[in-house]
Write a protein that binds this ligand. Structure first.
Ligand code: MN
Length: 431
C-alpha cells in the first residue's frame, strides 16, 4: 500500500527537535513523582499509546448554528478533502486513526477506492451514521413527520431502507457499528401519541436491527431535545436502554455528552448502562447550557475525568462485549476544525490517562470503610496530575508532534489549502 500522508515527517521531526529536551526533563520529573505513588509512568504511557478516539467526517468542516455559518478559507467540501484533514489530525496527535462517515453526505461511487484512499492516509473507518433528520434532493417521502417513528408507513420504510443502505456501505468500508440518531419528536403537547410514536420507532428499528451482520452493533443515540422542542422519541438514556433491550444484544446505547439535561450525572448513567451490558459508545463534546457543540473538556473537564473513571472501573469489571466506541462529535463554529479536534483529542486522552492514575485500592478501601474524604481524595489526587508529558512522549514515540497545535500552525496546512480548495458556500447548514 502506498502512503500518502499530508504532512512531511521532516516538519514534525524539526518541530519536535526544539521541544525534546524540555519534554524529557518533564517526563522524568513526573516519572519520579508517580513512582513515589507506586505508579510506573511507562506503563501509563503504554496505555495512552493504545488509546484512540474517532473523528467525524462532518467535524472537519466549520459548523454553524440555526442562525449562521461562517466558513473559513481552505475548508474541505468533499469526503476526500475531509479525509485529508482527518489525516493531518491523526499524523500530529496519533490518537485519531478512524473517521466516522455520515450518509448521504459522504456518499461516493466507489467505496473500495475510498477505503484504499483512507488507508493510504493512515486512516480507517469507524461507525457509519445514517441521516434521516433532513430531506435530500429527489427523496420520495419527507421526514417532516419524523423518520423511523413517522405516522406515514412509506416514510418509515424509506428510513429503514436508508439505514440498511448505510450498513451495506459500512461493510465495504470496514465498519462494524451503525449509529442511529433520529430527530423524531414533537413541538406541541398532543401533536403525537407519546406511546404509539415509540411503538412505531421500535417496529422500524427492529427491521434495521434484523439487517445487522453478526459482528455489528446498532448504537442508539438519545437526545433530550432539538430539533423537536417538546418531546423527542428517544429522549433520554431510559428510552434508549429500553429500546436497546427490546431490540436485542447487538443494540447498545450511545452517550453523547451534550444530549442530557444540564447538570445530569452522566458518569452515573455510564455506570448504569455498563451494569446492564448496554454501554455502546460515546460522542464527546462539552456544553454549558443546552448545546452539544462545544469542544471536549473546554467547560467541564472534571466531568470528563469522572466519566473515564467509570470507564476504567468498567474495564476492570468487564461485562460481555464491553468495547465502547469513542468519537468526537462537536460543532466548530469559531475555530479551525483541525485545531479544535487536536485540542479535544488531547483533552479526552488526558482524562483517560488521569483515570488510569487513580489508586483503585485506596479508592475501593475508602469506599468500603465509608471514609468519604479519602475516597474523594483518591480521585482528586489523580485529577490534579498534569499528564501532558505522558501524552506528548507517547505521541513523539509514535511519530506524532510534541506540541500538536504549534506544529500544525508551522505546517501552514490551512493557508495552503485556501489556495487549492474551492470556497465553501454560505448555505451549507450543519454538516
Ligand atoms: Mn452525537
Amino acid at each position: 500500500m502506498t502512503t500518502n500522508l499530508p504532512l512531511s515527517d521532516d516538519l514534525i521531526a524539526q518541530a519536535n527537535a526544539r521541544e525534546t529536551a524540555a519534554l524529557e526533563e518533564d517526563y522524568a520529573a513526573l516519572g519520579r513523582q508517580l513512582e513515589r505513588r507506586g505508579i510506573d509512568i511507562d506503563a501509563i504511557k503504554g496505555r495512552v499509546a493504545g488509546f484512540s478516539v474517532a473523528v467525524p467526517s462532518w467535524g472537519a468542516g466549520r459548523g454553524g448554528t440555526r442562525f449562521a455559518k461562517f466558513p473559513i478559507a481552505g475548508e474541505p467540501t468533499t469526503i476526500y478533502e475531509k479525509l485529508q484533514d482527518c489525516a493531518v489530525i491523526n499524523q500530529l496527535s496519533r490518537v485519531t486513526p478512524r473517521v466516522s462517515p455520515h450518509f448521504p453526505w459522504d456518499k461516493v461511487s466507489d467505496y473500495a477506492a475510498l477505503r484504499e484512499e483512507a488507508a493510504s492516509l493512515g486512516l480507517g473507518f469507524d461507525a457509519v451514521n445514517s441521516n434521516t433528520f433532513q430531506d435530500q434532493k429527489d427523496q420520495a417521502h419527507s421526514y417532516a413527520t419524523g423518520s423511523l417513528s413517522s405516522t406515514v408507513a412509506e416514510t418509515r420504510a424509506q428510513a429503514v431502507e436508508h439505514n440498511i443502505e448505510c450498513i451495506e456501505i459500512g461493510k465495504q468500508l470496514g465498519s462494524t457499528d451503525l449509529t442511529v440518531w433520529v430527530g423524531d419528536g414533537t413541538n406541541f403537547p398532543g401533536q403525537q401519541d407519546l406511546a404509539r410514536s415509540l411503538d412505531r420507532y421500535l417496529e422500524a428499528a427492529a427491521q434495521v436491527y434484523a439487517a445487522l451482520p453478526d459482528d455489528w452493533r446498532m448504537l442508539l443515540e438519545h437526545k433530550m431535545f432539538e430539533p423537536a422542542f417538546y418531546s423527542s422519541v428517544i429522549s433520554d438514556w431510559g428510552s434508549s436502554i429500553l429500546a436497546a433491550q427490546e431490540l436485542g444484544p447487538k443494540a447498545k446505547c450511545l452517550v453523547d455528552l451534550g444530549h442530557h439535561a444540564p447538570n445530569t450525572n452522566i458518569e452515573q448513567i455510564v455506570a448504569r448502562l455498563h451494569r446492564f451490558d448496554k454501554l455502546g459508545g460515546f460522542h464527546f463534546n462539552d456544553s454549558k447550557y443546552g448545546d452539544d457543540d462545544l469542544d471536549s473538556g473546554s467547560i467541564n473537564p472534571h466531568q470528563l475525568f469522572l466519566i473515564f473513571n467509570e470507564l476504567v472501573e468498567a474495564e476492570l469489571n468487564p461485562r460481555d462485549g464491553f468495547n465502547p466506541s469513542y468519537m468526537i462529535d462537536q460543532s466548530h463554529n469559531v475555530t479551525d476544525p483541525i485545531e479544535s479536534m487536536l485540542s479535544s483529542a488531547e483533552a479526552i486522552t488526558s482524562c483517560f490517562a488521569k483515570a488510569l492514575l487513580v489508586d483503585r485500592q485506596a479508592l475501593h478501601g475508602a469506599q468500603e470503610s465509608n471514609d468519604t474524604m479519602m475516597a474523594f481524595q483518591a480521585l482528586r489526587r489523580a485529577y490534579n496530575v498534569d499528564v501532558a508529558p505522558i501524552l506528548a512522549m507517547a505521541r513523539m514515540e509514535s511519530g506524532g508532534a510534541i506540541d500538536v497545535l504549534s506544529t500544525y500552525r508551522q505546517s501552514k496546512w490551512r493557508e495552503r489549502k485556501a489556495q487549492e480548495r474551492k470556497p465553501v458556500g454560505l448555505g451549507a447548514g450543519i454538516v
